[in-house]
Design a protein around this ligand. Sequence first.
Ligand SMILES: [Zn+2]
Length: 854
Amino acid sequence: MPGKNLSRDEAQQRASILTVDAYRVRLDVTSAPDPAAATFRSTTTIAFRCAEPGASTFVDLLAPAVRAVTLNGRALDPAAAYDGARVHVDGLAAENVLTVEADCAYSRTGEGLHRFTDPADGETYLYTHYEPADARRVFATFEQPDLKAPFTFTVSAPAAWDVWSNAPHQAVTAEDGARTWEFAPTQPISTYLTAVVAGPYHVARDHYSRTLDDGTVLDIPLSAMCRRSLAPYFDADEILGVTKLGLDFFHERFAYPYPFGKYDQAFVPEYNIGAMENPGCVTFREEFVFRSKVTDAAYEGRANVVLHEMAHMWFGDLVTMRWWDDLWLKESFADFMGSYGLVGAGTRYQSAWVTFANQRKAWAYRQDQFPTTHPITADIRDLEDAKLNFDGITYAKGASVLKQLVAYAGAEAFFEGARRYFQRHAFGNTELADLLDILEETSGRDLESWAAAWLQTAGVNTLTPQLTADAEGRITELAVLQDGEVLRPHRIAVGLYDRDDDGALVRTARFELDVTGARTAVAEAVGLARPALVLLNDDDLTYCKIRFDEESLETLRTGLGDIKDDLARALAWSAVWNLTRDALMPARDYVALVLRFAGQEANIGVLQSLHTQAKGAVDLYADPAWRGEGGRLLADGALHELRAAAPGGDHQLAWARFLAQTANGSEHLGLVRGLLAGTARIDGLEVDQELRWSLWLALAAAGQAGEEELAGELAADNTAGGRRQHTQCLAARPTPEAKAAAWSAVIDSDELPNALVEANIAGFAVPGHRDLTALYAGPYFKLLERVWAERTIEIAMRIVGGFFPQAQVDEATLAEADGWLAGHPDAAPALRRLVLERRDDLARALRAQACDRV
Ligand SMILES: [Zn+2]
């Protein structure tokens, strides 16, 4: 097994002989504010038992230096025991105490203990992020989810700082300009769930309490933190309000008292993902603290994440998967609970399932059609596999399938199953069978074949209506045809839609039925008048792609926007996007639908995904000969809708951003410049800082923003966000020098923090700059293996995914990708997976372009 990896076999072997009783971890981060200090002192003491005395094992540790290793009072030679990734220990006793003292590195990649210095005020902030296996960058650990133990953290930090961890602190002592924070022991938890947050964070505090069934009162101190310079924008009341609704809701549904004492939520800088469910100490990306006006879709998205992480306190933290094969046991559930909770807990985001149907599922459909797709319960051989499986299958498809399970087995059986699952497996580890056993008890249904079809096979089914009518227009037959490698049982609703007196398309009939096999008749529909639209999977109960009969498709072409119900309309939008991706609808037809109906789209989240998809359709799926015209049509449409939108509303802001993304002609760019200069105004549109950067990006990409102007904007917004945006603007300029600088900044050095790596890649890869970036396709394929070997996996994934020549939609680039794959059969499987997926995107774009060619 190569250096930093850890295989499932090794983890199983280690778990078969070890039981961990306790960790004591002592960290000294007093050096953090000094940029010259690259490391901090870490001392770990692990008490553990071994079922086979005399055996050997290892602890995981990624540290620049190991100073001392002591096993059962015996000092070991660090040079001999430590190989750069593992500390090997031999001659274990039945009961052991191992102490490892190391110098660990402050991280700039968001993996381990990340250090960030705020350009706005010079303050330094730290936080940890570990999943799946980066606790070993901070202390010595048995880095696998099934070796749970209580952790006791002690952290010495600068005196002016506060420090948080999973458990509350018990004591704080001051000495020599530092303060040492002693935390209470945690409940038994997995290593990847431990956390430390430290720095001069701004804190908002609150409190939650509820009386439990046995009459005792559960008190949960709440807090929410962000960097001080973000405090003016921090709407902690809104966040804590959603938090309290969620705590009420999950206590009612799960009937298991929140087990981790207090509940802190830290919004932290340069965070790689959305959020992480560390028990009692959740971390979020700080972009959820909105510096400028955002649409309600952003608030909904944030509230969804708050509830997703909260659901993990039970699904994942209290009961944890044994190994990463069963990652879905926490992520699919948390993803489902995010939307379910938004609606059920009574938040103001009652259209959460619309968002789920339209956006979350798009992620699943895309992932599930890659050649690399996998069953929801996956085969995870090692940590690199694990890292790539935080994907559209594990989250969005899994959540979709749970939604289907609720439709199939009933909500009561589902939640009674959850309650028994927590009771039976509290503080333990589980696998698929543990959950299925319980769900079979509570539903009284045999779920083995259901699980085999839904959880243990890959791929998405397509459902197509087959409709015939007689001369009077009465339905003589309606059937649902199912396609796909594996045919599954689907509980679905079928909706029939017709125009009402106001011209809106409304549902006139609904049938709920079990679809099984290749063809299922909808008997109740026979004899009814043929409707204008047949919508399969109405109410979005199952996970599938839907198609339309010819007449329904014609109805959508002329009236998609007239569908009254938000969810039904979102499903129709999703279906026509899938038709476009599948090369069954020309990209220009999809663009025409968006231009025709997006202006009347009421759901702001759906509107924003229409913007993204329409732009993608022009950039990648349209015939190149039509691309220029398509781009102009989008920009004209954006300008038209921007002027027509209600002043000051979300839709106006969304169209303003879309104009910034599509602006190309002199009229659009002139308006962009006028908005920046204040010489042009759109009534009600506030050109705030984030919008300003979007507008600058439009000018930069068009070659109309000079370095000095961009520097001037940065001087006016010398913040973390400003630096990222400025970096992206520089990289987005259409010159060979700008592209070379962005490429080099990412590839030739590993000094850049994760956030600026991302900004450079985003700016570099402007699709319209394909002529400039074409030169880099060759070098890209040559450096893949080096990047994979030398960079941390988080950064390597961004480079491999982001620098793939995605905009070069041509046979030559496809051949180049195929050549690399054929020539590198032994490259790391995770690396091959990433390249295979990008290659598949490219092949899909070629098919779509062929469909669009007239
Ligand atoms: Zn999650």
